[in-house]
Design a protein around this ligand. Structure first.
Ligand SMILES: [Zn+2]
Length: 380
């Protein structure tokens, strides 16, 4: 074991460095990459803004003075916080319901297809419009989120990575999570990226998240090598199926499709489309679209970019989407509002956290406005 530790560090740290360099290169080539929330507002402060009614008042006033805009909300998993594997943004059922109740009472919740259609027609967006989406096709969308959506009568769109739905193969980030949650080792050293002790679930979750963030910009084959190495060095025997019931079944998908839930394409294998040959990207997009259409007998004409950072969107990919009848495509951007004139193939989405006040801060419009102000000041 003493001999294994340095080898682990060298391989991983090298992979993490390569990934980091590629992220920087991609960002240099893409000046439109949105700013992140650098100056963090403290949670007690946001809670006070929310509880005092300030955010509701701000939202009310904003609707009367600002151009009408829509919010697209992106969820991934709904359930209990540490339900395994759970290394994607996860939200408890009660927190989820609180947000859905808020949206359904104060907003006109429409389907993403409807919003995409309006943007393509150049139609205006009615005030207080919101759209609800989920990524990846986890089964808790059916077990936990769907009953809540039905109860409150709101539509939603779920984006499916169809290869994973068909095979049940876990995503690479869930495999990283599995290794970190199952190793019997006490610590892992990641050189300049820190040393982590596996003392608690939180610590395991933290190191999984760190590694996941750093692996994002490796090729899939490189990611798989690193994860295998990680599993072998941390003494974890990775089963081929982590959880047979991790993903939705086509029966569950069909049932939801009959009851107000739309399904959009999210590729077959969930690769980063930028950097792969365009023909391969086309197959990933079109094959997932066809698979959904043949299972549901209705069009799948909305798309979510895998690893939805704007740096993973380009004109070549957008052209493929347009040629194949997609009406719109979404990515992740915590401060993006959709307005008339927004490119339908570049619709930003908010990914709310479980905490209601931070969700409230965003949907009041205050957070997007602060970010827009910050961008303007930076440009001056
Ligand atoms: Zn995804």
């Amino acid at each position: 074991m003493l001999q294994q530790q340095p080898r682990l560090s060298i391989i991983l740290v090298k992979a993490l460095q390569i990934s980091e360099q590629r992220t920087v290169l991609k960002q240099q080539g893409n000046p439109r990459v949105p700013l992140t929330f650098g100056q963090r507002l403290s949670l007690p402060f946001i809670r006070a803004l929310s509880a005092s009614g300030f955010l509701d008042a701000y939202g009310f006033l904003r609707r009367h003075v600002a151009q009408s805009s829509a919010y697209i909300v992106a969820y991934h998993r709904v359930g209990s916080t540490y339900e395994f594997p759970s290394d994607v943004p996860m939200m408890g059922s009660q927190d989820f319901e609180k947000q859905i109740v808020y949206l359904s009472r104060r907003y006109r919740v429409i389907s993403l297809r409807e919003l995409g259609g309006a943007l393509n027609r150049g139609a205006s967006i009615p005030a207080k419009t919101a759209v609800i989406t989920f990524d990846d096709g986890y089964r808790d969308n059916y077990l936990k989120a769907y009953p809540i959506l039905r109860k409150h009568g709101v539509p939603a769109t779920i984006f499916l990575a169809t290869g994973h739905i068909d095979s049940g193969t876990p995503f690479w980030w869930d495999r990283v999570s599995y290794v970190m949650h199952n190793t019997a080792r006490e610590m892992v050293e990641l050189g300049q990226f820190g040393t982590y002790h596996f003392n608690s679930t939180t610590e395991r979750w933290l190191v999984a998240r760190t590694i996941r963030e750093r692996l994002k910009d490796l090729l899939d084959s490189e990611k798989n090598l690193v994860i295998e190495e990680l599993a072998s060095q941390l003494g974890v025997d990775m089963p081929s199926s982590l959880n047979k019931e991790l993903f939705l079944s086509w029966d569950e998908i069909r049932e939801m499709s009959r009851n107000g839930i739309d399904f959009g394409a999210h590729t077959v294998n969930h690769p980063t489309l930028i950097g792969m040959p365009l023909e391969q990207a086309r197959r990933e997009i079109v094959d997932s679209q066809k698979r959904i259409q043949e299972n549901l007998g209705r069009p799948a004409d909305t798309f979510a970019y895998p690893d939805g950072r704007l740096l993973n969107v380009n004109d070549g990919i957008k052209a493929i989407l347009r040629e194949n009848g997609f009406v719109c495509a979404v990515y992740g951007n915590p401060d993006a509002l959709v307005s008339p004139g927004t490119d339908p193939y570049e619709l930003g989405r908010l990914s709310p956290r479980w905490d209601f006040s931070t969700f409230h801060l965003t949907v009041s419009g205050l957070y997007p406005d602060l970010m827009a102000l910050r961008r303007r000041l930076r440009r001056q």
